[in-house]
Design a binder for this molecule. Sequence first.
Ligand code: U2F
Length: 447
Amino acid sequence: MAFKLHIGVLAFPFGTHAAPLLALVRRLAASAPDALFSFINSAASNATLFNATAFDNIRARDVWDGAPRGEPFTGSHFEAVGLFLEASPGNFEMAIREAERESGLEIGCLLTDAFLWFSGDMAEKRGVPWVPFWTAASCSLSSHVYTDQIVRAIESTEKAKQEKALSFIPGLEMVTTADLPPEIFLGNNASPLAITINKMVEHLPKSTAVVLNSFEEIDPIITKDLKSKFPNFLNVGPSILASPAAAISDETGCLSWLGGLNRPNSVVYISFGTVITPPENELAALCEALETCRFPFLWSIKDHAVKSLPNGFVDRTNSFGKMVAWAPQPQILAHESVGAFVTHGGWNSILESIASCVPLICRPFFGDQKLNSRMVQDSWGIGVLVEGGVFTKSGTIECLKELMTTEKGAKMRENVSLLRKKAVAAVDSQGSSSKNFDKLLEVIGAR
Ligand code: U2F
C-alpha cells in the first residue's frame, strides 16, 4: 500500500512506557490506515511488545539501547536508563533516517515519549509537529511544569511550613513537598533521568500537543490549568477502556484460581510493577500481614524476590495464596473475586484498577508514585497510602482490614466505581477523550 503520511514514533524502552505508547499508536493506526507509523524502540522492548497481531501500517524498528554491544548487560535498571540516554539522540536520528530511506517517505510528525525532549529540536529542524506523550498522570506532569515555582517556594518558605508550600498549584492543594517526584530537585549529583525530565519541561513549549493516557474528569482543575498552558492538552484515555485488551490464555492459572474461590471482592492482588522489588524487611512485614489476615491473595512476584521471603511462608500460605512471576494483571483486576490491589502506585496500575473498580493500597517508591498515591488517598478517595510510606506488619494489617472489611473500604469501592463511570463516559463516542483523540488525528496530519 502507498502510504500518504509517515509518523515517527520514538519510545522510551524502560518501565511501562513503550506499551501505552504502542496502545495509542494502535488506535491511531486503526483510524488512519493510509499513515505509516515507524515505532522506534530498543530491540529488547520491541521483542516484548510485538506479536502476531501486527498492524500493516505499524513497523517496529530497533534502536541501539546504549549498552555495550556483544555482551549481556548486567547493570541495574537505572544504569540501563543512563546508558540509553547517553546514546540518544544519535541512535534515534540514525533509525529515523533508515525508516525514511526504506519507506521512501519523510517523517511528517514525531510522536514521542515526553521524556525524549530532544525530539522537540528534531521536529523543529524538520519543520514538523512534535507530539510528546506523557505516560503518567496529569498531576505529575503538573508538578514538573511548576518546577521553577516549586523550587522558589520551597527556598523562600521556612522549614516548618514547607510541607504545605504547594498550595499555589491548581488541583494539588493536598500534596506535600514530600510527595513530589524527586527529579524536580536537581541538586549536585542529578541522575540522567532527572536531567532529562528537567530538559523536557524546558522543551514542552515547543510541542504542538501534549497527549496523556488519562481522562480530563479525573482531575478537572489540573486539566483546566494545563489546557491554559499548552496549545493542545489532550487526555485520550484510559486506553484500557477505549480499546480493551484481547482475551488471553490463562497460562499461569491465575484466572481459574480466582474463579475457583467464587467469592466476590475477597482476594488481595499484589504487584509492584515492572521495576521495583520492595526491600527484604518490608517483604517480610507484608508476608506477616498476609499470614495474619488470611485473605486469599494473588501475588505477582519476581523469582529472585521469592527467595528472600521469610522461611516457610510459601508452604504456610499455599492453601490461600498463589504467587506467579508475571500475571495477566488487567484480567485479574477485572475478575469479580479481586477486592483490593496492593501496588507501588504506577500510573498504568492505577488506571487498570480504576477500570475494574478495585480500591488500592499504595506503597510508592520512585518518580511519580508518591504523588499518584497521595491523589489515590486524598483527592480521588479510592484507596490508602500505607502508614509512614513503608510496609510494617501492623500498618499493613490495618490497610488490608480497612479495605476488605469496613464501611470506609466500601466507600472507596463506591468512589472507584464512580470514577470508572466517568472514565467510561470519556471514551464514549461523544466523550472528552474521544473528542481529544479526533483532535490528535488532526494534529498529526491524519485528518
Ligand atoms: C513505570 O511503570 P511500572 O512498570 O513500574 O508500573 P505501572 O505503570 O503500574 O505499569 C505496570 C504494567 O505492567 C503490567 C500491568 C501494568 O500495565 O498490568 N503488569 C502485568 O501485566 N503483570 C504483572 O505481573 C505485573 C505488571 C513507573 F515505574 C511508574 O511510576 C510510572 O507511573 C509508569 C508510567 O510512566 O512507568
